[in-house]
Write a protein that binds this ligand. Structure first.
Ligand code: UD1
Ligand code: CA
Length: 454
């Protein structure tokens, strides 16, 4: 008995007020639907079948690399009609699990408990008890408390509206039976649609015993219909991730100001101050401190390194015992060895810095290779671009680049060389040489400054 996941994703999402199909709206920087697909993969589903309608091409394109069977629902004739589109190719003896592309937090354990019910039953429905059940389909039970049907809010009478057990929409069923029940659906209801929910009463009338289970957490069943709900789910998702990190020993100064949009790995005793965004894959060693307001994307930071406030790191590697920022920008292709020091308003791009080297203030260093214990003074610029091509700067170890020097690439500055402040360097500087390339100073005595015209 194999498990096939069917995800409904044809809806327009009018209330989102967006040109983007709703299931592509971002949760932690990934489409809502991506989260559901990941959950399906974690369940080891034999196939993932997605029913699309509004913006179908757009949605398919966003998942072009995934092994997904796509089905088109040209008209949104209801959830039952949608499931019909997504299951024709599934073997009758298998199990279909119906999920929703706009319900992204549904958990693996909740779904496993639901599908476990199919060991003894042919239909399993995920229900929940809500203080405020308004808008949801209500669960009907017979005198023996057995599930007997679902009535939609718009079709419910006053007694039924008072029921607090609701239909989450998620269900699992034997494929053969599901096909048969779906073929019996009608559109004789308040919305004139084929309701998936009607299979419950159809099955009940066939004397099926219907299994019901509840989610581990009520947050899991929340759908996204508006930007308000999207923002609420984003925060909830971030809180869940923050809690997982805290439980694994990460110190997070304020979990409500923590944003992880990808994967974060960390060693012991790392500390994350407020308002940092982690994108993609970020790896921290032991005792790494990230101060306030940083953005870290796809980077690796080794033990004891401190990232000072307002620093932006992208696709880079930083060694141990380094100090980066405040206000530093490290761009892709950069790797900084142990004990390096990058100060404020420094931009590094595609640059390798050896152990103990420093760029402390207001510099641009790009396409460069720098040795160990070299000091790059304030305001130094590597002129790596001639208007057409990029060129490389090579600086050895123990060099000293004076403040406000321009190094015009391609250029080589050898070990132990010193560059005088304010120099524009266009030729190789040999080992241990001093290069001075600036106009000589003249002092003119008794200089009268210009006066303002009356
Ligand atoms: C549905 C359930 C309701 C349940 C609620 C939970 C039915 C009839 N009702 O109601 O009992 O409490 O979900 O949120 O099933 N979709 C399609 N094609 C369609 C119609 C819908 O793909 O033709 C997709 C939508 O994109 C959405 C999902 O199915 O992702 C649910 O549809 P929606 O219209 O929101 O159902 P509800 O009225 O909320
Ligand atoms: Ca809905």
């Amino acid at each position: 008995m194999k498990l096939h996941v069917v995800i409904l994703a044809a809806g327009k999402g009018t209330r989102m007020k967006s040109a983007l199909p709703k299931v592509l709206a971002p949760l932690a920087a990934k489409p809502l639907l991506w989260h559901v697909v990941e959950t399906a993969k974690n369940l080891d589903a034999a196939s993932i079948n997605i029913v699309v309608g509004h913006g179908a091409e757009h949605v398919k394109k966003a998942f072009a690399d995934e092994a997904i069977n796509w089905y088109l629902q040209t008209e949104q004739n209801g959830t039952g009609h949608a499931v019909k589109q997504g299951i024709p190719d599934l073997p009758d003896e298998d199990v279909a699990l119906v999920l929703y592309g706009d319900v992204p937090l549904i958990g693996q354990q909740t779904l496993t408990s639901l599908t476990d019910g199919l060991a003894k039953h042919d239909l399993a429905v995920l229900t929940a008890i809500l203080d405020n059940p308004i808008g949801y389909g209500r669960i009907l039970r017979d005198q023996k408390n057995k599930l007997s049907g679902i009535v939609e809010q718009k079709d419910a009478n006053e007694t039924q509206k008072a029921i607090t057990e609701i239909n989450t929409g998620i269900l699992a069923a034997n494929v053969g039976k599901l096909k048969q029940w779906l073929s019996a659906l009608s559109t004789d209801n308040a919305q004139g649609e084929e309701y998936l929910t009607d299979i419950v009463s159809i099955a009940y009338q066939q004397n099926e015993h219907i299994f019901a289970s509840q989610p581990q957490s009520i947050d899991e069943i929340n759908g996204v219909n508006s930007k308000v709900e999207l923002a609420t789910i984003e925060r909830r998702f971030q809180q869940i991730q923050a809690k997982q990190c805290l439980q694994q020993g990460l110190t997070i100064v304020d979990p409500s100001r923590f944003d992880l949009r990808g994967k974060l790995s960390f060693g012991q005793d790392c500390l994350i101050d407020i308002n940092t965004i982690f994108n993609g894959n970020v790896t921290l060693g032991d005792n790494v401190i990230i101060h306030a307001n940083c953005v870290l994307s796809d980077c690796e930071i080794d033990d004891n390194t401190v990232i000072h406030p307002n620093t932006v790191l992208e696709s880079c590697q930083i060694g141990a015992d380094a100090n980066i920022g405040p206000f530093a920008r490290i761009r892709p292709g950069t790797s900084l060895a142990d004990e390096t020091r990058i100060g404020n308003f420094v931009e590094l791009k595609n640059t390798q810095l050896g152990t103990g080297s420093k760029v402390n203030h207001l510099s641009y260093v790009g396409d460069s290779q720098v040795g160990e214990n070299t000091n790059i003074g304030a305001g130094v610029i590597t002129c790596n671009y001639d208007g057409a091509n990029k060129h490389k700067t090579v600086i050895g170890s123990n060099a000293f680049i004076g403040s406000n020097a321009q190094l015009v690439a391609p250029i080589k500055i050898e070990d132990g060389a010193t560059i005088a402040a304010g120099s524009t360097i266009t030729q190789k500087v040999p080992e241990k040489h001093l290069a001075v390339a600036r106009s000589k100073q003249r002092n003119i005595a008794d200089w009268n400054r210009p006066k303002k015209n009356k």
